[in-house]
Ligand binder design. Structure first.
Ligand code: ZLM
Ligand code: CA
Ligand code: ZN
Length: 406
């Protein structure tokens, strides 16, 4: 009676394993896997499971992860935990990866940019190894559903970790499930378009395919000085001029849309639909991967954009309307309640459903997460805190001119 129906004319598969929710990056670390609990409960509360095929994910295999990552890095990730970390750091094969110390370093880094210091972006935490291979397993299962033709849209909200490098963790990302998915898709599809609406630059994916004309990467992100301190917004790459590795076949097959803070719905829609539409026209992809990082929403703890869930969802709808095999992945998103609302809304878009205002079925309240949650996290407060910064249309003009030229 909530009116949830299976989509007509296409199939959606949803990949998830609740085990990833139990992980803790550390007390005040911005990445909170329990945002996936909220997402799951909203999806189930609305009855969206009846509109798709749902699959419990299993861990990715070592060999599957080695298709992109260095063998020694994969071995390290398989074995690492807070208990084993000090011993692993002494093994000669791994000590090569320990970066030199610099005066004034606040966190002590171990091999592969991993650390047990409290302030680290990529901490070593309990259950970490299981977590990494599970989110990767979910993405690979979703990919297989697509490439085998079992579905047209496959979803894994626990994936989309776009910063991980071949032999280095970066920005809360350890295994680059996106690169692994695209490598697998290239066995079936002639050309894959990767689109990234996370507020951060999708540097790991761009780097992996910078010489590759069969993959076009397109990232929309905050770019430029973070604040008055002059520090750049992470990861500091993704300039308009970065178009793939010069002198290789991959040149012109990377696109970057650097955006000032405070961009609103209308401006984002204009940029996203204009640039994505042209990219699809020119590249003629056989399949699309969309990283749906929810830290591009207004009010995000790390993000600096002003876009609403409605516009975020319209990006998904625009890509879906291309009627190509589509892999939908998560990514960033640090104000948990908004992440859940966005990804539930986008699950509804993928399955051609409209959600009712109230969740029809019982949904456990946030109180269930006491001890892990910050006191300020409530389930459904109104969505009002927007960033003060305003993005002037003129700030976007230069970019549109440049992109039109290319
Ligand atoms: N310091 N704790 C987005 C990845 C963004 C690099 C500056 C660490 C944080 C942040 C970690 C508990 C995606 C940087 C930051 C402080 C060097 C970033 C631990 C707060 C905390 O309270 C924190 C003590 C931590 C990290 C803030 N880190 C904010 N921004 C970025 C990485 C990932 O959304 O794109 C995809 C999932 N890192 O700015 C520093 C330069 C480390
Ligand atoms: Ca992005
Ligand atoms: Zn992000």
């Amino acid at each position: 009676e909530n009116g949830i129906q299976r989509p007509k004319g296409h199939k959606v598969s949803f990949h998830y394993n609740s085990h990833v929710e139990d992980m803790h990056f550390g007390k005040t670390h911005p990445m909170k896997p329990w945002r996936l609990t909220l997402t799951k409960h909203l999806v189930l509360g609305h009855g969206l499971q009846y509109a798709m095929d749902t699959y419990e994910a299993v861990s990715a295999g070592t060999d599957e992860v080695r298709k992109f990552h260095a063998p020694d890095y994969v071995d390290f990730l398989r074995q690492v935990s807070p208990k084993t970390f000090p011993e692993l750091c002494k093994i000669p094969r791994f000590t090569r990866a320990i970066p030199p110390k610099h005066e004034g370093d606040s966190v002590e880094l171990g091999p592969y940019n991993l650390s047990t210091s409290p302030g680290a972006d990529c901490p070593v935490f309990d259950g970490m190894s299981e977590y990494l291979f599970l989110y990767t397993g979910a993405t690979l299962a979703a990919t297989h559903q697509l490439t085998s033709g079992a579905c047209n849209i496959a979803i894994n909200w626990s994936g989309g970790l776009h910063h991980a490098h071949k032999a280095e963790a970066s920005g809360f990302c350890y295994i680059n499930d996106i690169v692994l998915a695209i490598l697998d898709m290239l066995r079936v599809y002639a050309r894959v378009l990767y689109i990234d609406i996370d507020v951060h630059h999708g540097d790991g994916v761009e780097e992996a395919f910078q010489r590759q004309p069969r993959v076009m990467t397109l990232s929309y992100h905050r770019y430029g000085p973070y604040d008055e301190t002059g520090h750049k917004f992470f990861p500091g790459t993704g300039d308009l001029e970065d178009i793939g590795l010069k002198g290789t076949p991959g040149e012109h097959f990377a696109l970057n849309v650097p955006i000032p803070s405070g961009i609103d719905d209308r401006q984002y829609k204009f940029l996203f639909e204009g640039v994505t539409g042209r990219a699809i026209e020119a590249f003629n992809p056989s399949a699309i991967v969309l990283q749906c990082g929810a830290d591009s929403l207004g009010g995000d703890r790390l993000g600096q954009f002003n876009i609403n869930i409605k516009q975020h969802g319209e990006c998904v709808a625009f890509v879906k309307n291309q009627h190509l095999p589509l892999l939908l992945l998560g990514g960033g998103g640090y104000t948990a309640r908004n992440v859940a609302r966005a990804w539930c809304h986008e699950t509804a878009i993928a399955t051609d459903n409209k959600l009712v205002d109230k969740v029809p079925y019982f949904v456990p309240r946030i109180e269930a997460f006491k001890g892990r949650a910050h006191g300020d996290e409530k389930m459904y407060p109104s969505f009002e805190r927007l960033h003060k910064n305003e993005c002037k249309d003129a700030d976007l003009e230069y970019m549109v001119k440049k992109l039109e030229h290319d």
